[in-house]
Structure formats: structure tokens, C-alpha cells
Design a protein. Sequence first.
Length: 304
Amino acid sequence: MSSSIISKQALSTGSLVRLAARSKTLAEPTSGLAPSYLQANLIVLPQVYADDFRLLCARNPVPCPLLAESAHPGAFDKLKSSILRDNNSSPLPVAVDTDLRHDAPKYHVYRDGKLQDKTGDIAAQWRDNDHVAFLIGCSYSFEGALADAGLPPRHVVQDRNVSMYRTNIPLSPSGVFTGGTYVVSMRPYKPADIEQVRNITRRFVATHGEPIAWGWDAAARLGIENIASPEWGDAPRQLDGKGEFCRGADEGYVPVFWGCGVTPQEAVMRAGLKGLVMGHAPGHMIVLDVQEHEVFGTAPSVEP
């Protein structure tokens, strides 16, 4: 069975999405799948870098909110959760049945800090007793809330991958991780809707929270020279789905930027880490068993 005949409606839970990826019947981006279930970016590192990476997340919580990690080096099916329940009483199990070597639809493989391969699983590359996996919050997790408020992200409506950009915002360094910068995702909105977008996404702290910048001047301040040429994901299109999204050509829409969990992969490339490092292909996430209301509570009422 090919991924093209799986309906988004059929993949209604995190478990179903993971199983579809594991069976190779899903190879597409996961935006819009399993609404209300948290999605996560994946980075897999040799054990020697794990402590530095954990501290990198602590020092840079907006682009790198840590959700979970391998229970022990080599564990691809047992995770230690950092996600607290809404009442902060105890950690939530993130995924009862998971195999991180197979549960993302696509992966990137890095050797000595350089992208080496793009593949459907990382079973051959995984090193037992050495590799440590980390799950980082993903902004796909708040897209359902935006859609429920009548503000669906454009890439979801157009069935495209979100646009992601390298920026000039420096990460706070941690051990071997130096010289890294934020990666951001972008969704176009009308200026009149931005306050509502901020209010809706603010509570999703574990999945990047509210946007860090918005507007065409903000793109320039972030060091993004051409909004039509993202480093990752699909190029943004105009509202009609045809022309490229650009200044002055799309009914007043402006770019709105969020911290992005591709940041760790950028940090790996900047640090030139030795050995094999793996991550999800941008846009192709690990979908968890945790639902947004368990972590963020009930959404507050938002005035239109």
C-alpha cells in the first residue's frame, strides 16, 4: 500500500501515524495528521555528545524545547519523558509503542557534521549501547488550535510542507555546540490576525509557543534575504496556491516566524560532530501519544 492512498482522517492518533511510518505506508510530511496530538523533532547523537546537547536545550528553550530522550544509551523503544501534566504532578509517557528507527516518515543522516543520506529508516545506522535519541517540541502541535480558530496555516490548506529558514540569531553555546543559530518556521498571516495568532499559540510553550517575530522588516532582521527560498521545506505560495509569496503581492499578508526544532540539526552541522548523527527529515515528525490538553490545559477563550 502506498502513502498516497492513506487519508489524513485515517491517521487520527499518534500511534496510527507511527505505525504507518514504520510500515512504510507513510512517507509524507506529518502536518495536519492526528490533530491535537503532539509532534516531535528527532535528533540522535553518539553518547559522548548527549550531556552537551541536553544543556543546549536548557539554554535555548524556544527553538529546542526538550520533550523526551532515550531511557538509556541505545534505547530506541524506551523513552524518559520531560513533559509534565498540566498540573505539573508527574511526567507523561510520550509513546507507549515506539521504534525511533522507523517511526518518522523520513530521516536525514549526518556523518562528521555533513548531510550524508536521506532515508526511510535508520535501523542500519543505529548503534546499540551508544546512540541517544532526543525528541524536541514541534510547532505542528499548535496548528490544530489555529485551524479551530479559523486561522489554518496556509501550508496545511495547500497540502505543502512548512517553510523553514536559517537565521542570524545565535544560540547560547553548550560544550561542543558552538556557532549555531536559530532555525525558524514561517506561516503567512494578515497583520490584523497576528495578535490572535500570538494568543492562541502562547500556551504551547513545550512546542515553541508564540511567534518570535513577524513582518517583512522582521525577515530582514533575522537575516532572511529571500522568503521564497527556504533552506528546508517547501517554498511558500500565495493564497491562491499559484504565485510565490512575496512582499506586496498577497493581499497584505506578512511572514510570521516561530522557533523551529530543525535548529538541533543546524547546530550539529555547525559543530562538525564526529561520527553518525541522525534526525527526522524536516517536516516528517515523530507523532506522540500525548494530547495537547494533557500538557497545556483547555484553550482560553479568544476574542475574534
